[in-house]
Design a protein around this ligand. Structure first.
Ligand code: NOJ
Length: 586
């Protein structure tokens, strides 16, 4: 039995309860949510038509992955025009209609901002290619001469996150091999040079463009990557998104978030990630957003949320200091092993780090970059998180995975702070783990030479109606990624109104969360629980409390007395079964 000293995390009662401090935000991956024009790819009109689903689910906001003009080398995270909609997704008028409908339904809308890199088809990059070495056009990106006598070696040894070198050599106008440009991701995603004032000015315009159209905020892609260490020094470790040498699960250090900028003293900080210079950019963006945010009404706040794969969590907290972003994704929770002790440590640590700068913590279990948690949690506990699962790989235990996923979600939705859901998790969708490699589109698959399956398996089009073409995704049977047959039984219409279904579980959890004001209240650990049982008392904003018990162990444990508000698996006697979370009225 492990017992921990009781700890309490109180909210800052002086701070106004702005919506983003407790919001549940649902991620829509536009290619895969709903296809309005029968071309097999999701689009904005499709999304608009399905928005009532989110209203019925009970979330507060949606976050849209990129829908901008793009050659789709990285599914839209390669933007060729930041202020227009790609024809595959619709038009600007469709974006306006989506915003209007969402707002009518009481849903806020967050859009994705991709500032680390453009597409190589962006007008700026095309101009840089044409203008040649030493030009102002090239100075917006990281162009360098190669090493070696004939410049045939890349300027440094960095590798790309998707595999292969992070540099590509261009052919100059005279047909000769020329300079190299940096791309932390695909060669079709050249990195911008954020030391260049033109780059800063362009993104300020982009922010204003979407704010003026009425968006409620931005999820900032690769927020920890914009600034690179001076001189672009060699780096001898892998260029994963998690740049620091500290790995998830390793012991954390102090919760102090130093105001001084000290990263250069840390020899293990990767030169492409989490450089201190990024913070001035976010301070300037916060000032820009404040022009739109009425001082006296935090319910109208437009927000910034950092996607920063940064370790330890204190470094992530630096992105949400009072004059920077509002939220940062908390990937530690997603990466924690299925053990009560690990989850408790992560929860404590996350709340302490975010709280030390007055920010809410965020929680997320799935997104478009990771194996869905209904599958991930069905893999043996403690093994490294795979980047995709395919034919021939170890297959997750689907029943166990879903059972644990439901328990994990019920735990997450009781926690203080803001929670992110990924489309389809409310249906308990598993990863598509039998996707033929021939249809894979994620550049990770080809760039890694087939070593990593990549992220296609979590991006499969949504099943809405079991009996309809493409399971109701749209009128084109051939969807851009094929839907597995197992999605049919999980379609929305198969689960709506069915007691015990995952959809009804999510609806119940979200209704209770709203009624009890969870997300804004306090968390107090209950220490008299068995070793693999997490016990916490969560107080809502109105003072009502729920007792949350999550049994992560393999054995059932006695159920304490109390009215069960919700349980993630069927209770047959007075015990709490394995891999189950319950909320009890306390
Ligand atoms: C993070 C996004 O979530 C991911 O999908 C994308 O591939 C990279 N950033 C590069 O933009």
């Amino acid at each position: 039995m492990t017992f921990h000293p009781a700890a309490s995390h109180a909210r800052d009662h002086a701070a106004p309860a702005a919506w983003w401090r407790h919001a549940v935000i649902y991620q829509v991956y536009p290619r895969s949510w709903a296809d309005g024009n029968a071309d097999g790819v999701g689009d904005l009109p499709g999304i608009t038509s399905r928005l009532p689903h989110l209203r019925e689910l009970g979330v507060d906001a949606l976050w849209l992955s990129p829908f901008y003009v793009s050659p789709m080398a990285d599914a839209g995270y390669d933007v060729a025009d930041y202020t227009d909609v790609d024809p595959v997704f619709g038009t600007l008028a469709d974006a306006d209609a989506l915003l209007a409908r969402a707002h009518e339904l009481g849903l806020r809308v967050i859009v994705d901002l991709v500032p680390n890199h453009t597409s190589d088809e962006h007008a700026w990059f095309q101009a840089a290619l044409a203008a040649g070495p030493g030009s102002a056009e090239r100075a917006r990106y990281h162009f360098r001469d190669g090493q070696g006598e004939d410049g045939s070696e890349p300027p440094n040894n960095w590798s790309s996150v998707f595999g292969g070198p992070a540099w590509t050599r261009v052919t100059e106008a005279d047909g000769a091999p020329g300079q190299w440009y940096l791309h932390l991701f695909d060669p079709k995603q050249p990195d911008l040079d954020w030391d260049n004032p033109e780059v800063r000015a362009m993104f300020e315009q982009v922010l204003r463009f979407w704010l003026d159209r009425g968006v409620d905020g931005f999820r900032v892609d690769v927020a920890h990557g914009l600034v690179k260490a001076e001189g672009l020094p060699d780096w001898h470790e892998r260029t994963g998104m998690l740049g620091s040498a500290e790995k998830p699960g390793e012991p954390h250090t102090s919760v102090d978030v130093p105001e001084h900028e000290a990263a250069h003293d840390e020899p293990d900080r990767a030169p492409m990630w989490d450089q201190d210079g990024v913070h001035e950019i976010y301070r300037s963006w916060r000032r820009l957003l404040e022009e739109y945010n009425p001082e006296d009404d935090p319910q109208q706040d437009r927000i910034l949320c950092a996607e920063a794969w940064v370790q330890p969590v204190e470094r992530a907290a630096r992105y949400v200091r009072r004059d920077e972003m509002h939220q940062a994704f908390n990937f530690d929770f997603l990466q924690a092993a299925w053990h009560a002790k690990d989850l408790r440590e992560v929860i404590d640590h996350s709340l302490a780090a975010a709280g030390s700068v007055g920010a809410p913590s965020t929680w997320v279990l799935s997104n478009h970059d990771v194996v869905r948690h209904a599958s991930r949690l069905g893999l043996p506990v403690g093994q490294p998180r795979p980047n995709g699962i395919g034919i021939g790989d170890e297959q997750p235990n689907a029943v166990l995975g879903l059972r644990r996923a439901r328990a994990a979600t019920a735990l997450m939705l009781a926690l203080p702070g803001s929670a992110y859901l990924y489309q389809g998790e409310e249906l308990g969708l598993p990863e598509h783990t039998a996707l033929p490699d021939t249809v894979r589109q994620d550049p990770t698959w080809s760039r890694s030479g087939g070593a990593e399956r990549g992220r296609d398996g979590c991006r499969i089009p949504m099943p809405w109606e079991a009996g309809a073409t493409a399971l109701g995704f749209g009128d084109q049977a051939a969807t851009w990624l094929p839907q597995p047959e197992i999605y049919r039984a999980l379609a929305v219409d198969r689960q709506a109104g069915v007691p015990g279904s995952t959809l009804e579980l999510y609806r119940t959890l979200l209704t209770l969360r709203r009624e009890l004001g969870l997300g804004l209240g306090e968390l107090r650990w209950l220490d008299d629980t068995p070793e693999e049982v997490l016990g916490m008392q969560c107080t809502g904003s109105g003072g009502a409390a729920v007792t949350v018990l999550a049994n992560l162990g393999e054995q059932a444990v006695p159920l304490p007395p109390g009215e069960v508000l919700v349980s993630t698996s069927t209770l047959t006697d007075s015990s709490l079964p394995a891999d189950t979370t319950i909320w009890l009225r306390s």
